[in-house]
Design a protein around this ligand. Structure first.
Ligand code: HEC
Length: 304
């Protein structure tokens, strides 16, 4: 066995694996965890999902053009994913407002170790596919009229596809039976937590007193972090978030309970979920401090 063929196989099957894991993973986030994909997420999906089929088909057909069909998608997808990640983690593109589907593109649904967010996973997915295809090209197997072109094995295709789908189904079933626990996700906490910590059951939340400035701060924070789902004046947005103004449910919530709810969010299938829609922790803005949430609570109280 010639060693370049080893790299060709490795490239093909790892690209296939990356495409299927990315597709099933993104479906898991949206369908099982009920995270709402933003517009940029949709662009990445549009570029990733066809690759799952295209790469499988290309391997089965032993099509030596495959890298040239795949690379435009994977490179473009990688560009979008890198842009999305920088938008979330840096301010070099300014503060984006909502970019179309209600959820802001800078919303952070998961934030593992303060680094790994969904767009970063997407960067890795597209990168693995790109590298895989470059390995095929480097292996010299991209010349279609090569006499005796390499006939790579096809059996890994059904194996990889079945494993990816089975993992998704297993997770979906598990989530349906057991509570999907947002606590499994590591939320990066602000370094100073002056307010109540539910686990130690301690101090009541000192909601800041309503000075004009804290009210103004609250309003602008609300507009950035919450208005996309709950409406500019707390009137609610169909299919995204409940009405917070004139809400009997909200008015009976204590400040502590409201802070805890906003800080921790509420999974779509949590026992106390009222709508079947997910409320992301801190409205998806992981950098929102408890103090800032206190300002937002003032604004919401004002609407009752
Ligand atoms: C991605 C959309 C989304 C964003 C962004 C969001 N929420 Fe929510 N929020 C929801 C959904 C959906 C619910 C209802 C959950 C349920 O059914 O129990 C909810 C529930 C709430 C509730 C409880 C009231 C109720 O009717 O259940 C409060 C209070 C609240 N959100 C405040 C906020 C604040 C403050 C922010 C900004 C920091 C925010 N939300 C950002 C989607 C969102």
């Amino acid at each position: 066995m010639n060693s370049s063929r080893f790299w060709v196989r490795l490239g093909l099957y790892s690209a296939l694996t990356a495409a299927w894991v990315s597709m099933m993973g993104s479906l898991y986030f949206s369908e099982v965890m009920r995270f709402t994909p933003c517009t940029l997420c949709w662009f990445q999906r549009v570029l990733m999902y066809p690759l799952a089929g295209l790469i499988a088909f290309g391997i089965l057909r032993r099509d030596h053009h495959l890298p040239f069909l795949v690379l435009p998608f994977s490179l473009l997808g990688q560009g979008v994913a890198v842009y999305h990640y920088l938008l979330q983690k840096t301010s070099i593109f300014g503060q984006p407002a909502s970019c179309g589907l209600g959820v802001t593109c800078s919303s952070v649904w998961i934030d593992w170790f303060g680094i790994v967010t969904i767009p970063l996973l997407s960067v890795f997915g597209f990168m693995a596919i790109t590298i895989g295809m470059l390995m095929v090209i480097a292996g010299g197997e991209n010349r279609p009229n090569l006499v005796g072109a390499y006939r790579w094995p096809r059996w890994p295709v059904p194996v990889i596809v079945v494993i990816a789908v089975a993992l998704y189904v297993a997770e979906a079933v598990r989530a349906g039976e057991m509570e999907v626990s947002l606590p499994e996700i590591h939320i990066s906490l602000p370094s100073s937590v002056p307010f109540l910590d539910l686990s130690t059951g301690a101090t009541p939340t000192p909601v800041p007193t309503a000075t004009p400035t804290s009210q103004e701060k609250g309003e602008s924070l609300y507009a950035q972090a919450c208005a996309s789902c709950h409406g500019a004046q707390g009137e609610g947005v169909e299919g995204l978030g409940t009405a917070l103004a004139d809400s009997p449910y909200v008015s009976q919530l204590s400040d502590d309970a409201m802070l805890a709810l906003i800080r921790d969010g509420r999974a779509a299938d949590a026992d106390d979920n009222r709508t079947g829609l997910a409320m992301p922790p801190r409205g998806g803005q992981s950098e929102l401090s408890d103090e800032q949430i206190g300002f937002i609570i003032l604004v919401i109280r004002d609407w009752q």
